[in-house]
Design a protein around this ligand. Structure first.
Ligand code: RP5
Length: 186
């Protein structure tokens, strides 16, 4: 059987289970620039991932195989990004009961609205957690996957807290650049 994904096949050390990881799938290499935001966020949080291209329409058999191999090899969360008639996240969700996060991409003449609707409007029973169109959504998909894994990983939960703190610190720095007042006696 084709074994497209291999990460989880490494022998675990001692009695420990292989570390859960995130499987990132995109419909085309033209999606890679935006979807690299997912990988960047996971790297910042030290979460293992694998990222590859598989198309719901152009390579349906490969897509089924990727999800089945991913499940078998310990993928705990799937993230699927696609543009236009973006059926990939829904198709991924049809092959697994693990959490699936969909990232709508905006390359089409409809600026990603087509993709957003295609990903978000899943029929009852087969959910896809849908994030915002484009770069912010891709980054949030990575963070959301980490948050799911952090439910059973205290060290990861602490890294997520640290990420929030650094955002809060950055807001204070940004404020300092614009703060002004004409209130007398202040
Ligand atoms: C979708 O069609 C892909 O996810 C991509 O966003 C879009 C265009 O794909 P290419 O024609 O660039 O391969 O399936």
């Amino acid at each position: 059987m084709l074994d497209i994904l291999t990460r989880g096949t490494e022998e675990p050390e001692g009695d420990s289970l292989p570390k859960p990881w995130v499987c990132i799938v995109m419909g085309s290499d033209s999606d890679a620039e935006v979807m690299s935001q997912v990988a960047d966020a996971l790297e910042e949080l030290d979460v293992p991932y694998e990222m590859l291209v598989s198309s719901a329409h152009r390579s349906p058999e490969r897509t089924r195989q990727v999800i089945q191999d991913g499940e078998k090899n310990g993928a705990a969360v799937f993230i699927a990004g696609a543009g236009a008639a973006a059926h990939l996240p829904g198709v991924v969700a049809s092959f697994t009961t693990r959490p699936v996060i969909g990232v709508p991409l905006q390359g089409s003449p409809l600026f990603g609205l087509d993709s957003l609707f295609a990903i978000a409007q899943m029929p009852a029973g087969v959910p896809v957690a849908t994030v915002a169109i484009g770069m912010a959504g891709a980054r949030n998909a990575g963070i959301l996957a980490a948050q799911i894994l952090a439910v059973s990983d205290d060290a990861l939960a602490r890294r997520l807290q640290a990420m929030r703190q650094s955002m809060a610190d950055a807001v204070e720095q940004k404020s300092k650049k614009v703060e002004r007042s004409n209130r007398k006696g202040k």
